[in-house]
Write a protein that binds this ligand. Structure first.
Ligand code: SF4
Ligand code: SF4
Length: 439
């Protein structure tokens, strides 16, 4: 286990599909099941699908490495039904000595660790706890691919696979150096961002709005989506939070629909968005313990884009409470029995319906692999590209670095090193390291 931790840390391996949790920190004693998240929960994303289609051997070698280093008995590769069909895989199919396919229903959401673990294994993670408490460690498909390459080629994480999709002629999956400028990718692909369109890093439900002129690809970028401003997806992503909270405080009729449809509530979690909406912000500021259950929200947006008919966003209200709780270092932690609601089975949201609610159905064309794009002249590598302490530069202005060289060592505590994704000359840019290739 310690050896694997060392490998994951040395090569800068970070959760490739989420918030950027350093992968080594997930390894802990007591796990018997490795769960690989290939669910590609968000619509329009085909990154993991393409990775599994083209690089399954490397993905499996990463999974094998985790199994052999930790002694875990079994791994499940969890993929949605439509992905399984495209890859020609079946539920229960054996992919290796201890690796099996687990086919998930085509519903949203299913990729967050709580929902995924329950759906794939039947084990329910208690509110406020991590998968390890149920003997499960969850990694993303691309994380396993990166681990496979680290072990086979001694290669740090310096490449990123991502979908370029949405309102483009041909959605594609590309592989680029970490730190590549989005503007350079769009130029190389002949994509122009017209007025009235927005670019997201991530999916249409939970992605973040970025400035395509200045943004650089990070180790966690799964997609670049170009979407019209009038889609529900973009309206939701650009929502004015202050206005959303004010509207919630005045317009909610307390119909409870948001709670009835909340996937966390249906798993038995004590999260009731309608009550969060009812709590005034001022009261929450005075007594933040009142809104502790906000930390149980996975941010899926069902309450906002599907459940509420009054145009209210419980998600935005809850997001505000989450920030309040983080500021006060408060977390939900309650022992007890939680019972999954019987109606959950019938209330899960079909993937197609979710795409339609977000206004993105017409953009759902299966992306295929475009290829590796690497002839860019500049990369910008963030020092805080993961959860935890920022990395600390080990290079200075004007240094020449080769592809793969260490350019920043881990900060104190939870942290990771950074490596040069191209060869070139370094400029320190505050919270990032810029590398310009020599012409
Ligand atoms: S669905 Fe909308 S109106 Fe109904 S309780 Fe929730 S926020 Fe209020
Ligand atoms: S975003 Fe809304 S529906 Fe989703 S988990 Fe949070 S409260 Fe529940």
């Amino acid at each position: 286990m310690q050896e694997l931790k060392k490998i994951m840390q040395t090569y800068g391996i970070v959760g490739a599909g989420g918030a950027g949790f350093p992968s080594y920190a997930k390894l802990a004693e007591g796990a018997d099941l490795l769960l690989i998240n290939g669910s590609e929960c968000e619509p329009l994303l085909y990154t993991d699908y393409v990775l599994m289609k083209n690089e399954m051997t490397m993905v499996l070698s990463g999974i094998d490495a985790v199994l052999s280093h930790t002694g875990m008995k079994k791994a499940l590769l969890a993929i949605k039904a439509h992905t399984a069909k495209s890859l020609g895989l079946e539920d229960g199919e054996r992919l290796g000595d201890k690796i099996f396919v687990r086919v998930l229903p085509d519903v949203y959401p299913i990729g967050d660790e709580v929902g995924l673990t329950y759906e794939a294994t039947g084990r329910l993670i208690k509110p406020g706890c991590l998968p390890i408490t149920q003997g499960v460690i969850v990694y993303n498909v691309e994380t396993m691919y990166n681990l496979g390459r680290a072990i086979r080629f001694s290669e740090p994480v310096i490449e990123k696979w991502l979908t370029v999709g949405g309102a483009v002629k041909h959605p594609t999956v590309i592989k680029v150096p970490v730190g590549t400028m989005v503007a350079d990718i769009f130029k190389a692909l002949g994509i122009e961002i017209e007025d009235g369109y927005t670019v997201l890093d991530g999916g249409p439900s939970m992605g973040k709005v970025i400035n395509p002129r200045t943004y650089a690809i990070t180790k966690t970028t799964k997609s670049l989506l170009i979407l019209p401003n009038d889609t529900q997806s973009v309206l939701s992503r650009k929502m004015n939070v202050k206005m959303a909270v004010a509207r919630a405080e005045t317009a909610c009729c307390q119909c409870t629909r948001c709670t009835d449809m909340c996937p966390r509530n249906m798993l038995g979690y004590p999260l009731e968005p309608h009550k969060m909406v009812r709590t005034a912000m001022g009261v929450a500021e005075a007594m933040p313990e009142m809104v502790l259950s906000a930390t149980l929200c996975c941010g899926c947006g069902i309450c906002e884009s599907l459940a509420c008919n009054q145009g209210i966003s419980p998600r935005a209200v809850i997001e505000n409470y989450k920030q309040l709780l983080a500021k006060n270092k408060l977390r939900f932690n309650l022992d007890g029995d939680y019972n999954i609601k019987a109606e959950r089975e019938y209330r899960m949201v079909p993937y197609e319906k979710w795409m339609s609610m977000l206004g993105v159905s017409k953009f759902d064309k299966k992306a295929d692999y475009y290829g590796e794009m690497k002839d860019f002249m500049r990369v910008e590598i963030p020092l805080a590209g993961h959860i935890g302490a920022p990395s600390v530069p080990t290079v200075k202005d004007g240094d020449f670095v080769n592809k793969g060289d260490l350019i920043a060592s881990p900060g104190n505590g939870l942290s990771l090193p950074q490596h040069a994704s191209v060869s070139g000359t370094v400029t320190l840019g505050g919270n990032k390291i810029i590398i310009d290739r020599v012409r």
